[in-house]
Design a protein around this ligand. Sequence first.
Ligand code: AR6
Length: 174
Amino acid sequence: MKIEIIKADITEIKVDAIVNAANTSLLGGGGVDGAIHRKGGKAILDECIQIRNKKGGCKVGEAVITTAGNLPSQFVIHTVGPVWNGDKEEKKNLLKACYQNSLELAVENKIKTIAIPSISTGIYKFPKDKAAEIAIKTVNDFDKISEIEKVVLVCFDDESFQIYTSLLEKNYKK
Ligand code: AR6
Protein backbone atom coordinates (compact mmCIF):
# COMPACT_ATOMS: atom_id res chain seq x y z
CA MET A 1 0.00 0.00 0.00
CA LYS A 2 1.15 3.46 -0.89
CA ILE A 3 0.28 6.62 1.06
CA GLU A 4 0.28 9.77 -1.08
CA ILE A 5 -0.24 13.29 0.15
CA ILE A 6 -1.54 15.90 -2.27
CA LYS A 7 -2.98 19.39 -2.19
CA ALA A 8 -6.18 19.27 -4.21
CA ASP A 9 -9.94 19.55 -4.44
CA ILE A 10 -11.07 16.01 -3.57
CA THR A 11 -14.05 16.25 -5.95
CA GLU A 12 -11.64 16.27 -8.90
CA ILE A 13 -9.70 13.13 -8.01
CA LYS A 14 -10.24 9.93 -9.95
CA VAL A 15 -9.98 7.07 -7.46
CA ASP A 16 -12.37 4.23 -6.65
CA ALA A 17 -13.75 6.09 -3.63
CA ILE A 18 -13.49 9.47 -1.98
CA VAL A 19 -14.31 10.06 1.67
CA ASN A 20 -16.70 12.82 2.71
CA ALA A 21 -16.51 14.73 6.02
CA ALA A 22 -20.27 14.62 6.55
CA ASN A 23 -22.57 15.28 9.50
CA THR A 24 -24.92 12.91 11.32
CA SER A 25 -27.91 13.96 9.18
CA LEU A 26 -26.19 12.85 5.94
CA LEU A 27 -28.13 15.61 4.20
CA GLY A 28 -25.14 17.72 3.14
CA GLY A 29 -23.67 20.92 4.52
CA GLY A 30 -20.72 23.24 3.90
CA GLY A 31 -17.01 22.53 3.36
CA VAL A 32 -16.01 19.36 1.54
CA ASP A 33 -19.51 17.92 2.12
CA GLY A 34 -21.10 20.82 0.23
CA ALA A 35 -18.60 20.49 -2.63
CA ILE A 36 -19.22 16.73 -2.96
CA HIS A 37 -23.01 17.06 -3.04
CA ARG A 38 -22.88 20.04 -5.44
CA LYS A 39 -20.65 18.30 -7.96
CA GLY A 40 -21.90 14.76 -7.41
CA GLY A 41 -25.53 15.70 -7.88
CA LYS A 42 -28.84 14.33 -6.66
CA ALA A 43 -27.94 10.62 -6.84
CA ILE A 44 -25.72 10.97 -3.75
CA LEU A 45 -28.38 12.77 -1.70
CA ASP A 46 -31.03 10.23 -2.76
CA GLU A 47 -28.91 7.36 -1.42
CA CYS A 48 -28.13 9.30 1.74
CA ILE A 49 -31.85 9.77 2.31
CA GLN A 50 -32.42 6.03 1.84
CA ILE A 51 -29.73 5.29 4.43
CA ARG A 52 -31.32 7.82 6.82
CA ASN A 53 -34.70 6.19 6.38
CA LYS A 54 -33.22 2.77 7.13
CA LYS A 55 -30.86 3.56 10.00
CA GLY A 56 -31.47 7.18 10.94
CA GLY A 57 -28.30 8.87 9.67
CA CYS A 58 -24.71 8.15 10.65
CA LYS A 59 -23.16 8.34 14.10
CA VAL A 60 -19.94 10.22 14.85
CA GLY A 61 -16.98 7.94 14.04
CA GLU A 62 -19.03 5.68 11.76
CA ALA A 63 -19.15 5.52 7.95
CA VAL A 64 -21.65 4.71 5.18
CA ILE A 65 -21.19 4.29 1.44
CA THR A 66 -23.10 5.65 -1.58
CA THR A 67 -22.63 6.14 -5.29
CA ALA A 68 -20.48 9.10 -6.36
CA GLY A 69 -23.04 10.36 -8.88
CA ASN A 70 -21.36 12.70 -11.37
CA LEU A 71 -17.98 12.70 -9.62
CA PRO A 72 -14.98 10.99 -11.25
CA SER A 73 -14.83 8.37 -8.48
CA GLN A 74 -17.23 5.42 -8.17
CA PHE A 75 -18.17 5.69 -4.52
CA VAL A 76 -18.40 8.23 -1.72
CA ILE A 77 -17.77 6.99 1.81
CA HIS A 78 -19.45 9.41 4.20
CA THR A 79 -17.97 9.55 7.68
CA VAL A 80 -18.86 11.91 10.52
CA GLY A 81 -15.93 13.46 12.33
CA PRO A 82 -16.07 14.73 15.93
CA VAL A 83 -16.43 18.40 16.81
CA TRP A 84 -13.33 19.57 18.74
CA ASN A 85 -14.79 20.37 22.16
CA GLY A 86 -15.42 18.56 25.44
CA ASP A 87 -13.40 15.39 26.09
CA LYS A 88 -10.37 15.68 23.79
CA GLU A 89 -9.21 12.07 24.24
CA GLU A 90 -12.66 10.83 23.29
CA LYS A 91 -12.61 13.09 20.22
CA LYS A 92 -9.22 11.74 19.13
CA ASN A 93 -10.56 8.18 19.37
CA LEU A 94 -13.63 9.14 17.36
CA LEU A 95 -11.47 10.68 14.63
CA LYS A 96 -9.40 7.49 14.54
CA ALA A 97 -12.65 5.50 14.18
CA CYS A 98 -13.61 7.65 11.15
CA TYR A 99 -10.46 6.55 9.32
CA GLN A 100 -10.74 2.92 10.45
CA ASN A 101 -14.42 2.57 9.56
CA SER A 102 -13.92 4.28 6.18
CA LEU A 103 -11.07 1.91 5.32
CA GLU A 104 -13.10 -1.06 6.58
CA LEU A 105 -15.97 -0.13 4.22
CA ALA A 106 -13.47 0.32 1.39
CA VAL A 107 -12.14 -3.22 1.90
CA GLU A 108 -15.68 -4.65 2.11
CA ASN A 109 -16.48 -3.00 -1.23
CA LYS A 110 -13.22 -4.12 -2.89
CA ILE A 111 -12.08 -0.52 -3.28
CA LYS A 112 -8.42 -0.36 -4.24
CA THR A 113 -7.78 3.39 -4.36
CA ILE A 114 -9.24 5.87 -1.89
CA ALA A 115 -8.84 9.60 -1.27
CA ILE A 116 -9.49 11.01 2.23
CA PRO A 117 -9.73 14.68 3.24
CA SER A 118 -8.56 16.03 6.59
CA ILE A 119 -11.71 15.10 8.47
CA SER A 120 -12.94 17.48 11.22
CA THR A 121 -10.28 20.16 10.57
CA GLY A 122 -12.63 22.71 8.98
CA ILE A 123 -15.99 23.60 10.47
CA TYR A 124 -15.48 21.06 13.30
CA LYS A 125 -12.21 22.80 14.36
CA PHE A 126 -10.04 19.76 15.18
CA PRO A 127 -6.42 21.02 15.41
CA LYS A 128 -4.68 20.32 12.10
CA ASP A 129 -1.49 18.86 13.56
CA LYS A 130 -3.30 16.43 15.89
CA ALA A 131 -5.70 15.41 13.11
CA ALA A 132 -2.83 14.79 10.66
CA GLU A 133 -1.04 12.55 13.17
CA ILE A 134 -4.18 10.49 13.68
CA ALA A 135 -4.86 10.30 9.93
CA ILE A 136 -1.41 9.07 8.96
CA LYS A 137 -0.96 6.71 11.91
CA THR A 138 -4.41 5.13 11.54
CA VAL A 139 -3.98 4.55 7.80
CA ASN A 140 -0.50 3.16 8.31
CA ASP A 141 -1.59 0.83 11.16
CA PHE A 142 -4.83 -0.40 9.53
CA ASP A 143 -4.76 -4.19 9.74
CA LYS A 144 -6.20 -4.87 6.27
CA ILE A 145 -4.20 -2.16 4.52
CA SER A 146 -2.54 -4.69 2.21
CA GLU A 147 -5.94 -5.07 0.49
CA ILE A 148 -5.86 -1.42 -0.57
CA GLU A 149 -3.39 -0.27 -3.25
CA LYS A 150 -3.31 3.45 -2.65
CA VAL A 151 -4.53 5.89 -0.01
CA VAL A 152 -4.41 9.54 -1.05
CA LEU A 153 -4.54 11.98 1.86
CA VAL A 154 -5.96 15.16 0.40
CA CYS A 155 -5.07 18.55 1.88
CA PHE A 156 -6.94 21.66 0.83
CA ASP A 157 -4.59 24.35 2.13
CA ASP A 158 -0.82 24.87 2.24
CA GLU A 159 -0.60 24.60 6.04
CA SER A 160 -2.22 21.15 6.11
CA PHE A 161 -0.08 20.01 3.20
CA GLN A 162 3.11 21.05 5.05
CA ILE A 163 2.00 19.34 8.27
CA TYR A 164 1.06 16.08 6.52
CA THR A 165 4.19 15.86 4.35
CA SER A 166 6.62 16.59 7.16
CA LEU A 167 4.89 14.10 9.48
CA LEU A 168 4.95 11.36 6.84
CA GLU A 169 8.61 11.97 5.99
CA LYS A 170 9.71 12.18 9.63
CA ASN A 171 7.85 9.14 10.92
CA TYR A 172 7.19 6.75 8.08
CA LYS A 173 9.87 7.20 5.42
CA LYS A 174 13.12 6.33 7.16
N1 AR6 B 1 -11.42 19.06 -1.18
C1 AR6 B 1 -10.59 18.65 -0.18
N2 AR6 B 1 -10.64 19.15 1.07
C2 AR6 B 1 -11.54 20.12 1.32
C3 AR6 B 1 -12.44 20.61 0.35
C4 AR6 B 1 -12.35 20.04 -0.95
N3 AR6 B 1 -13.16 20.42 -1.94
N4 AR6 B 1 -13.21 21.57 0.92
C5 AR6 B 1 -12.81 21.69 2.20
N5 AR6 B 1 -11.79 20.83 2.45
P1 AR6 B 1 -14.91 20.57 6.53
P2 AR6 B 1 -15.40 19.13 9.05
C6 AR6 B 1 -11.03 20.59 3.68
O1 AR6 B 1 -15.32 21.87 7.15
O2 AR6 B 1 -14.46 20.02 9.76
C7 AR6 B 1 -19.98 20.34 6.81
O3 AR6 B 1 -20.93 21.36 6.91
C8 AR6 B 1 -11.01 21.71 4.72
O4 AR6 B 1 -10.02 22.66 4.41
O5 AR6 B 1 -15.36 20.27 5.16
O6 AR6 B 1 -15.30 17.65 9.26
C9 AR6 B 1 -20.53 18.98 7.17
O7 AR6 B 1 -21.85 18.83 6.71
C10 AR6 B 1 -10.68 20.93 5.97
O8 AR6 B 1 -9.28 20.73 6.09
O9 AR6 B 1 -15.39 19.32 7.45
C11 AR6 B 1 -20.44 18.97 8.66
O10 AR6 B 1 -21.53 19.66 9.23
C12 AR6 B 1 -11.32 19.55 5.73
O11 AR6 B 1 -11.65 19.52 4.34
C13 AR6 B 1 -19.17 19.76 8.94
O12 AR6 B 1 -18.98 20.60 7.79
C14 AR6 B 1 -12.58 19.31 6.54
O13 AR6 B 1 -13.33 20.51 6.61
C15 AR6 B 1 -17.98 18.85 9.03
O14 AR6 B 1 -16.85 19.61 9.43
